[in-house]
Design a protein around this ligand. Sequence first.
Ligand code: SF4
Ligand code: SF4
Length: 328
Amino acid sequence: MSRQAKSRNAPLGPSPFAVEGERLPAEKFSDPQRTAKGEPRASVPLSRLDTLWLNTGTLCNLACATCYIESSPTNDALIYLGANDASRFLDEAEAMGTREIGFTGGEPFMNPDFPAMLQDSLARGFEVLILTNAMRPMRRHEGLLLDLLDTYRGKLTLRISLDHHTEAVHEGERGANSWAPAMAGLEWLSAKGFSIAVAGRLLPLEGEQAARAAYAQLFEAKGIAIDALDPARLVLFPEMDEDKDIAEITTACWDILGKSPSDIMCASSRMVVHRKGKDAPEVAACTLIPYDPEFLLGTSIEEATQEVPLNHPHCARFCVLGGASCSA
Ligand code: SF4
Ligand code: SF4
């Protein structure tokens, strides 16, 4: 059953970003060592912990139609991460020479301990990336953000989810009355000189070039200082649907696709999550698979440094293939 409960403004129809396709056969992604065809499954070793993500909890002011983590105003499957727990993981990350701390949720600004975790991370010298919808929970912390900008300019970036360059599609995914507050938040951050990025999505059949051009027009019209042609400033994500069929990734795929395991997110990052009912937070292989016990690797970063078998549809669709095809 979905963990997501509807909020007042939750979208009513199907997501405009829904993935078309056949249902995923049950025999796929069932054995960490072998694919359904019996081929050796690819895996990814951790080469360096460049980014440590702290999941602040799944509660969110929105309930987007295809939120991969099923966030909503009532889903607390991942409870609020506490600042004391976070600090233990920051100690470990510091010792490992980690560059960046990423905060994601849910909506990070809803966690009452978030300001403390944010300040702790910046004071330790980490670069910090906050994923936010830039709506009311963030706006309540304008004073804090301005103080941090003063002290840590160049170290702090906020990435705002603006699912589409049109209000209609954005609200089709995110619900009624979600466009104007997000745009206002984005405009405020830009006007104050924060380092900002936008995370968007492509509609089925919408080309990346066309989408970037349309975002560029929007940013220009609203005076938002983001270069829509810069893939680091306008991040356009491929779709994810773990129920739809997708090829499994074998060890032969790397050569066929011209990719290396070190290009994949779980080669350089991990995410801390605190599951409801658990005494302590755990470390997940990546930000995309927060609930699957197979991808929860331990209760410390040290315990979570093992190689990750790519045994989930997200590994294929989002990380390795990203729309490409891998067939020998
Ligand atoms: S704003 Fe983000 S975390 Fe919240 S429901 Fe939407 S996609 Fe999920
Ligand atoms: S989805 Fe799979 S391949 Fe991608 S980062 Fe997570 S564990 Fe790694």
